[in-house]
Design a protein around this ligand. Structure first.
Ligand SMILES: Nc1ncnc2c1ncn2[C@@H]1O[C@H](COP(=O)(O)OP(=O)(O)OP(=O)(O)O)[C@@H](O)[C@H]1O
Ligand SMILES: [Mg+2]
Length: 249
């Protein structure tokens, strides 16, 4: 379970997150949609403290961290409960696929090498990369790199997976491959918070859509409601722009 309460984040003079509150239940998949520059990436980065919000509380399961009083130890504890998948994969370039996946298990979880390799191989099999375990990221396609990044994140057994536009750097074919992998991972019941521009995918996979604009959540609800019958005019306009031709209520 992820709970974000009243999160505020400022860059310079600009308040990018202006009091964000949301919840993602166990096994729930929530997708964040919204215009560019709205603070979606910043929100995910604040959830796992890659950015430090000025105000607000992030809770994952039984670990709750108040941004104003957060200590290093508490933040580390919280970070271990979430996994992040970035737009540009962020794999270690000088490590093989297998080493990328075992790294966190060895360094953070301090597992014995054989056990780490066993977990990593199981995850690589899940994402269809078993035959590439000895390859370096530069030898893989973008889609394969992103699948390796997903394997790396889920190998740590996070309570929630945060994905920031996982397919936006990929062409449609590779994108499909990665979306298939995410779908498969989702079937295992891991909670996910996905920022995506893939509206059809969001519709299909998510239990809930969160529409964000200018640092606030404008509206959230089940995909059917948000896409077909939004309550807010702004949501309606955003959706309409995505589906100008066949939009109907
Ligand atoms: N490290 C930073 N320093 C200063 N400003 C930043 C920083 N990171 C983000 N911003 C600003 O915060 C705003 C929100 O950025 P963010 O990346 O969260 O938007 P986004 O909703 O993810 O957009 P996109 O859909 O294009 O990815 C932007 O105006 C951006 O310029
Ligand atoms: Mg972004």
């Amino acid at each position: 379970m992820l709970k974000v309460e009243n999160l505020h984040k400022t860059f310079g003079e600009r308040e990018i997150l202006r009091g964000i509150s949301l919840c993602v239940g166990d096994g729930e998949i929530a997708a964040i949609i919204g215009p560019s520059g709205t603070g979606k990436t910043t929100l995910l980065r604040c959830v796992n403290f890659l950015e430090h919000a000025e105000k607000g509380t992030v809770t994952i399961d039984d670990v709750s961290v108040n941004a104003e009083k957060a200590g290093r130890k508490q933040i580390l504890q919280l970070c271990r409960l979430s996994g992040m998948v970035f737009q540009n994969y962020n794999l270690f370039r000088n490590k093989t696929v297998l080493e990328n996946v075992t790294e966190g298990l060895l360094v953070v979880k301090k597992l014995p090498r054989a056990e780490a390799a066993e977990i990593a191989r199981a995850e690589l099999e899940k994402v269809g990369l078993s035959e590439f375990e000895g390859s370096y990221p530069s030898q893989l396609s973008g889609g394969q790199q992103q699948r390796a990044a997903i394997a790396r994140a889920i190998a740590m057994g996070p309570s929630i997976l945060l994905l920031d536009e996982p397919t936006s750097a990929l062409d449609p074919e590779l994108s499909k491959e990665v979306l298939g992998t995410i779908r498969k991972v989702a079937e295992e019941g891991i909670s996910m918070l996905i920022v995506t521009h893939e509206i059809d995918f969001a519709k299909e996979i998510s239990h809930r859509i969160i529409f964000m604009e200018n640092g606030v959540i404008v509206e959230q609800g089940p995909p059917k409601e948000i896409f077909l019958n939004p309550r807010q005019e702004r949501t309606r306009q955003f959706i309409q722009k995505l589906y100008p031709a066949d939009y109907q209520i």
